[in-house]
Design a protein around this ligand. Structure first.
Ligand SMILES: [Zn+2]
Length: 550
């Protein structure tokens, strides 16, 4: 049989096609013409579509998935981090210092040496020292925030430039790590880091564009075809729009415009206008990012009941609601009425509840809209609030890579939540069981953007770095591989308002596809996170292709 519309441009055959389409969950072959999928089925179903000009990819038993969509990510800053001295892949103190030495030598003319991504556990007491940096960079200021951005490592030149010495008091929003005699050691916590950061050369628009370019190539190499940028400032928007207009924005991007919490409703009209005029190419601006609290490790996550002290007794600290909850309800109602999507950051159970209450207020006033509000991070959810996600049509936007036992969880979180609330963390299974929609994302560059590593933790609840060594974290909340893949594809496509065109492999949809080097569903596939992406397609065009595809 030959198709009257002509042969396909691209055919995948001979593999496991995991479609995420409940009507036809599994197939062997897919045909693509132009930017769309034209057939999904068996080798026989696509045979008639293979012509002389058709590229045929023999999957050879490997896996074809819909493109991954990251529902909460910061690609521009992540890319800029990678342009600078990124030590995320270095192992141990010596590995980090080697990486910095190499970078400093390769950039002798930079006025500052700037990098990021060290891990607290690699240094004694979690706090690296200035002398280590001084030995490598004696004559220029050097500044390195850690992986989560809450602590900053600097050298003596940077301390001197900022005028920080043993007589400098701690700022109200931070702490200077000191030796017993008061001398700064070189680690600055939270707001103390700003004392040096404010002197740093500003990131230019050109560096931001280079960062986005690098980030996009990196994310495509991991199988990511679309994302939601979780904090779009006007200057980020300009970088994306320029990329779209120049024709190199190959990813599909939903931008969550940053809600400036130092301002009020006066910004609503501006956001509506940006949403109306900001779209270009594959860029859409329909979302607004509302950051409702901080993080548990610094006790800024907003909790219903107080944190416990180090000795297990209650304190009077319930964390911080960054936006007054009554105002949050008013603003979310306005944004929802204007057709804008609320994208919340909520970590503590009170912050989650305040965001749900705000959506409930919007629903009561506006009726059920199609704005698809979503709450990112959802670290602690009060059990009473779990069913409210589906009842209110709020998507749970999970960062599954955090749902495991590691230093931040075991040392900095569980003791301060106590035994009961510790079991309310990352309740992905309970959310699904209650009928919620689940989307997934990485929060890169806080954590790895590799969806296969994140999916592994969603399934095993064990960090890839401690496979076989640690107990799973709340294993009753684990997902199946198919559920986690669904969240990372169709689930995130839904929050991006892209689900009618992407998110599953179905005839008629856009050909956003990923080839993985092994069938992850096979019993001998090995750890999920060891899988490698061989090729990524957006709208039928290869945006990443490794040599091993064949
Ligand atoms: Zn984020």
């Amino acid at each position: 049989m030959t198709d009257p519309a002509g042969p396909a441009d691209l055919v995948f055959t001979g593999g496991h096609v995991h479609t995420v389409d409940p009507e036809l969950p599994r197939a062997d072959a897919v045909a693509v013409r132009g930017e769309r999928i034209v057939a999904v089925g068996s080798a026989a179903d696509v045979a008639g579509l293979i012509g002389r000009g058709t590229r045929v990819v023999d999957l050879d038993g490997r896996l074809l998935l819909p493109g991954f969509q990251d529902a909460h990510i910061h690609p521009i800053s992540g890319g800029v981090d990678r342009l600078q001295c990124d030590v995320r892949d270095a192992r141990g103190r010596d590995g980090v210092l080697d990486k910095i030495r190499e970078y400093a030598a390769a950039h002798p003319d930079d006025d500052w040496v700037i990098g990021s991504g060290w891990y607290m556990a690699d240094f004694e007491n979690g706090t690296p020292r200035r002398e280590d940096l001084d030995a490598i960079i004696p004559d220029r200021p050097a500044l390195f925030p850690n992986r989560d951005g809450h602590s900053t490592w600097v050298n003596s030149t940077a301390l001197a430039l900022a005028g920080i010495d043993r007589d400098t008091p701690d700022p109200t929003d931070g702490r200077i790590e000191r030796d017993p005699d008061g001398t700064p050691t070189g680690t600055l916590h939270e707001g103390a880091g700003h004392l040096v950061e404010r002197l740093m050369p500003e990131v230019t628009a050109e560096q931001m564009a280079d960062g986005l370019h690098l980030a996009q190539a990196y994310l495509h190499s991991l199988g990511i075809t679309a994302w939601q940028d979780a904090s779009l400032r006007p200057e980020d928007e300009a970088v994306y729009r320029a990329a779209a207009e120049a024709g190199w924005l190959t990813a599909r991007v939903e931008g969550a415009m940053w809600w400036d919490r130092s301002r009020g409703d006066d910004q609503v009209e501006e956001l509506i206008e940006r949403s109306r005029t900001g779209s270009a190419g594959r860029l859409r601006l329909n979302s607004v990012k509302l950051m409702q609290d901080g993080v548990l490790e610094t006790f800024t996550g907003a909790m219903i009941d107080p944190y416990l002290g180090g000795d297990g007794s209650p304190t009077d600290n319930r964390g911080i609601s960054f936006i007054d909850p009554e105002r949050l309800a008013v603003w979310v109602t306005r944004l929802d009425a204007a057709g804008l999507q609320p994208h919340f950051h909520a970590i503590g159970d009170r912050a989650v509840r305040e965001c749900l209450d705000a959506v409930a207020a919007a629903r009561a006033t506006n009726g059920t809209s199609d704005t698809r509000p979503h709450i990112a991070h959802i670290q602690v959810i009060h059990p009473d609030d779990v069913p409210r996600f589906s009842a209110l049509g709020v998507v749970a936007n999970a960062q599954p890579y955090w749902a495991c036992h590691e230093g931040q969880m075991d040392v900095l979180t569980i003791p301060f939540l106590g035994p009961e609330r510790s079991t309310w963390q990352y309740p992905f299974r309970s959310l699904l069981a209650a009928g919620s929609r689940l989307a997934m994302g990485s929060d890169w560059s806080v954590s790895t953007p590799n969806p296969l590593l994140e999916i592994e933790v969603a399934v095993t609840r064990v960090a890839d770095g401690s496979r076989g060594e640690r107990e799973p974290f709340l294993p009753e909340q684990a997902l199946t591989l198919a559920e986690a893949i669904r969240a990372f594809t169709a689930g995130s496509a839904y929050v991006n308002h892209l689900e009618t065109e992407t998110g599953t492999i179905q005839a008629g949809k856009l050909a956003d596809l990923v080839v993985v080097d092994r069938d992850l569903f096979a019993p001998d596939a090995g750890p999920i996170g060891d899988g490698r992406v061989l090729a990524t397609f957006v709208g039928g065009a290869a945006v990443f292709e490794g040599p091993a595809l064949g």
